[in-house]
Design a protein around this ligand. Structure first.
Ligand code: ZN
Ligand code: ZN
Length: 89
């Protein structure tokens, strides 16, 4: 857990991260031992791609815009699609 807090290993599968496979997920606020801390989770590329596909499936099931056949995908769906293409397995 300590290595994940410091962004050294992937938050999802604990793979060791290098500058080449690390994807920053942005700062997160958390509580640890009663203190508020900010941490900077990072994940490896393959986990980001899997997470994007999973999120896209969840999103599409709940989004009226994405379910409509004549509407273009909404911004959220577009962003998730871009993530998936950007970080192929
Ligand atoms: Zn990973
Ligand atoms: Zn949508």
């Amino acid at each position: 857990m300590e290595r994940q807090v410091r962004g050294i290993s992937c938050v999802w599968d604990a793979a060791l991260l290098t500058p080449h496979n690390a994807v920053p997920l942005g700062p997160r606020k958390a509580r640890r031992a009663g203190d508020r801390i900010t941490w900077y989770p990072r994940a490896c590329r393959s986990c980001v791609a899997i997470a994007a596909v999973t999120q896209l499936a969840i999103h599409t099931a709940a989004c009226p815009t994405c379910q409509s056949e004549d509407a273009d995908p909404c911004d959220t769906a577009r962003a998730l699609n871009r993530l998936f293409r950007e970080y192929p397995r």
